[in-house]
Structures are given as C-alpha cells and as structure tokens.
Design a protein around this ligand. Sequence first.
Ligand code: ADP
Length: 543
Amino acid sequence: MLGLMQDRPLALPHIFHRAEQFFGHKEIVTATWGGGEERTTIADWAVNVRRLATALDRLGISEDARVGTFSWNTAAHLELYMAAPCTGRVLHTLNIRLFPDQLTYIANHAEDEIIFVDRSLLGQLWPLTDKMPDVRHFVVIDDGCDDPVPDDPRVLNYAQLLAESEPFTGRFEVADENTAAAMCYTSGTTGNPKGVVYSHRSTVLHSLISLIADGPGLRETDVVMPIVPMFHANAWGLPYGCLLAGTSMVFPGPNMTPGAIVSLLEKHRVTATGGVPTIWMGVLPLLDDHDLSSLRVMLCGGSAAPKSLSEAFREKLGIPFLHAWGMTETSPIATMYSPRSHHAELTEDQRADIRARQGQSAPLVDLRLVDPDTGEDVPWDDVQTGEIQAAGPWIAKEYYKGEGGGAQFTEDGWLRTGDVAAADSYGFVRLVDRTKDLVKSGGEWISSVELENEIMAHPKVAEAAVIAIPHERWVERPVACVVVKPGESLTAEEVIEHLKPRVAKWWLPDAVEFIDEVPKTSVGKFSKKTLRDKFAGYKLPGS
Ligand code: ADP
C-alpha cells in the first residue's frame, strides 16, 4: 500500500519564494573592496534574482547551461545562487584558488556558457579566457575594486545587465527535484579535478541541516556571516540555510584578513558563522580588542579543529566550536558535534576531547567504517579504525560525466571518503588518518603526488615523497623527503629553487629533508604512513 501524501518536488524555488514572501525586510550586508559596505534587503535581492532570470534568457543561455561564478562571498553571488538553479540552469562555483590549468579544465569540462566574475578577480581569470571557448560572456560584478576591465565584446557589466532586464514575474518551477542545481569540482590526488553535481533535492535536504537544533540551529533572529567561501561546497550550505530560516546575512567580500573578519563580526553583532580552522587561528589573537559576545554558533570544519583552538575560543567567548566534517562529495555536512546528555557527567577536558572529534553523522546520513584490507565493517569501539564510507540523500553517487573516480564508489553505492576514523558507540567519529595523498593547507588542497613528480624530475633526485606535517596556522604543510642519487649532492635550497617555477608559491614545501630511502609497502608503493610515523613530532621551521 502506498502513502497518500502529495508528491511535491524538493526544489530551490520553494526556498526562494519563502524568503521573498516572508523575509523581504531582512538585511544583507556585503563588505566591499577598500573597506566599504553595501546594504540590501532580501526583497531587493529577490528582485535582482528575478532580473537575472530574465537576463540569462535574454543572453540566450541554454535551458540547462552551467553558469559559472568566480566570486567572493557577496550578495550578488547569492543572487546567482538562486537565479541559476531556479531557472533550471546549474550554478558552477569556480574555486578562485585553483591553478590556471585547473580552472580552464573545469570551466571547459563543465562547459560553462557564462561566467560571472568579481572585478577584483578579473585579472586572475582574464588571461585564461581565450582557452575557454564555450564561455560566451564574462559578466563583471563591481566589488568596489577599480582594476581595469578589458574592452572586449564578451565582457558585460552586471549592474547594467540587471538594469536592462525586467524582473521575471511568475513563480519559478523546477518540476523534477533530481534536476542538477549546482556543481563544484574537487581536487583529485592525481589527474584532473572531479565534478560533483548537487541536485535540487539534495540541496534542499542539506539546507535543513543548518536549521536543526543539534547543529547550527539557524533561526530567523540570527545574523549569519558565512566566511567559508561560497566556492567551497556551497559555503557548507549556509547561504541556502539562511534564506530558508530568514536570517540577516553579512558577507565578507574580498577582504578575508582576520582584522576585517573580526571587525565585521563585531560591528554587525553576528550570531552564527562558519570557517576553516586557519581563519579562526587568525582571529584568535584579535579577540581581546573586539566584542564578539553576540556569537552563539561558530561552525568549524574543512580540516581538523584542534582542541587547543576550540578551547581558546571557549575560554574567551564562552562558546566552543561546532566542529563538522565532510567533503565536497557530501554537500558537505556529513558529521557534526553537538552536546549530548551523556556528556554531562564528563569533565570539561573530556568534553573538549569530544568536541575535537568530528562528531556524529547528521540525520539522514549513514556512515560505516570499513577495513581497507578485508572490506569488513569495523566495530564502533573507539579503538579499531576503518575508512569512512557514507551514504545518504546528499552524498554523491558518481562524478560528472563519470570521470575521475569510479573506485571511489562501492558496488553497493556508498562513497569511499578516503578518511580513516574510529567511532565510539554513540557514533562520535574521530579521524585518525587519510588514505588520499593530499596535504590540506588553510582549507585548500596541495597534491603530494604532483609535488613529488616535480621534485623527482630534478636530475639529481632518485626518489621523493611529500608528507603533511601539522602546522599551527595552516593546519598542515608539506615537507619533502628526498633521496639523492648516488654520488650526487643537493641542498634544500636547490630543491625549492627547482620547484619555484613549477608550482604555486603556497605549494612550496616548508622543509626538505634528505633521507636514504623512501619506505615502501609490501607491494612496493611509497609507505607514507611509515614516513609520517618517522617524522611524528617534527617541528616545522617557523611553526
Ligand atoms: P571542503 O571544501 O569542505 O573542504 P573537500 O572535499 O575539499 O571539502 O575536503 C574534504 C576533506 O577535508 C575530508 O575528506 C577530510 O580529509 C578533510 N576534512 C574536512 N573536514 C574535516 C574535519 N572536521 N576534520 C578533519 N578533516 C576534515
């Protein structure tokens, strides 16, 4: 027997129309280049979404086109967050920190037809535009920066485009909730970035997570500042959560310095915010000079949130982090910390240990820990470890065009996360290792394998392995372990000089250690685990 309930699509137009109808009076503040601010309301934002819908049609952007953004966290970016998916198109947030080759790859792979770009970022994108043949328009959004804008027929002005487009007057409809709403590329250990495609259904369900009480618990009275970039897995779903709850919003725009962030948090009496640990490490020393007593939720994720950092905030502000774990493939929230009744009997220090864990799986997300050798489930006894595998309505089932990682999905349809963890009997996960060969520095990935390949291209290098070493500010930094060919001699400076023209500056290893041999596994692969054990406790210069 079937249930007799209405089968209505879970789609973003509902969130748009709800925000427009009920929360029009709520304010959205965006910090602009040079320290200014722009203020708008959800009502005016909604008119712009409607204008954009018309503009995309007028420009002849196809019905299910990928609409690229190359933007900071701003109200205009939020307009695109709704206008693209509510018109059946697919928002494609390009990560502004990717290398030129990766950016051209993902814009071409997604076949972006149009890219909306902040004026302060145009200089970074423009040299690549000739390599993006599908992109017909580059729409420049004024973010207060006065960098030159090329005189080119492909370039349009955002404000002018909106002014020339009448607001769409109907109700947005997306009939099939499984239609793609947005996409985001994630770094591969090797090879090209992989496209994760969110559906309307997955996005709506994931948005609800920001509203649950055992989570951020966003509510109408909140003032929310998403610091995590809107090009990082939809800023962890916060923007859609804010619209659903009807919160006021503050967007940090182009200035991501700790000083600018802390001033915005203070000035706007922000109550809920989210960012990677590196952001909070920058903010911590500034707390004494700023009144952040309005904060009640600090979401921290993307890398492990160290206990010492979370405790330092708890001591100063009275609130610890709300630690969350996930990945682009999991929309991204998969686990979250929240206090539980059985924690009441613990000491403050024991509770701090639990907060440093990645938390319990979010409602509707299933996790299992799997022994990578036997493929068997590992018991949740807080001792045995296994790879976390995830399943649920906002977990990816494959990559765009099926490219880049069939092996990442199990035969029974679970996502292999590449993170290794133990879990206690209450399901509180504790990450202990990562099988993917990447270094996460300040919330961004560095591919160890690519660094190794570049180092091994040096004529005097026999072999090289790059490992992640804990770092106070960046959470992890790369260290290169290099074996020099017999009879040759090489210095650390020479290795770094060799890398400089080949990789981005922030990828350069913090140290180069010379070793006799890279330890190998039984099948002859580099054993990073053995190397990491060897370098346990290693102190980085300057950390
Ligand atoms: P995001 O854009 O959310 O950072 P990515 O897909 O780039 O997502 O990175 C996801 C990976 O980052 C995870 O698989 C894990 O290795 C790491 N990570 C994310 N959150 C945490 C956390 N709270 N603690 C430890 N590692 C984390």
